[in-house]
Unconditional design. Structure first.
Length: 140
């Protein structure tokens, strides 16, 4: 099974992330985001960061999660290559706890690909069939 793939969108990049569970699909979406920025196979998991998010529904949770990943990248000047996500349903919607691992950006070591300016809600979706499929578009 593929972990993620990309699709063409004018001036942006669309991604689809897959997983047997919602947690796994979110983890693969994180991997997809950072593979747009750099090659995650060259990113060591030296530093661990954690965060929690509560959102009203699964689509809002995906948006908030990807925004938080981008925020961590920009504020801490880091790349991430490992994602551990735990999602649960609550009275307020959905709660997400994430532990992400990576290292400080070193452009002599890390391949520079595309800079992500923003996550968009356009065409964002969370589907469940025999597996989970997440769809998002990022603004470059």
């Amino acid at each position: 099974m593929k972990k993620f793939e990309y699709f063409d969108v004018t001036a942006d990049i669309g991604l689809k992330a897959y997983g047997n569970t919602l947690n796994e699909a979110f983890e693969n979406a994180g991997l997809a985001i950072f593979n747009i920025i750099s090659d995650t196979s060259n990113v060591d998991s030296e530093i661990s960061k954690s965060f929690e998010i509560t959102s009203t529904d699964e689509v809002a949770l995906l948006y908030d999660y990807l925004e938080e990943l981008l925020f961590c990248h920009e504020i801490d000047f880091m790349l991430f290559s490992e994602f551990d996500v735990d999602i649960s349903k609550s009275d307020d919607g959905y709660d997400l706890k994430a532990v992400i691992k990576g290292e400080a950006i070193d452009w002599d070591k890390h391949e520079r690909k595309s800079e992500i300016k923003a996550i968009t809600f356009h065409m964002m979706d969370v589907k469940k069939t025999d597996r989970y499929e997440l769809r998002a578009i990022v603004d470059l």
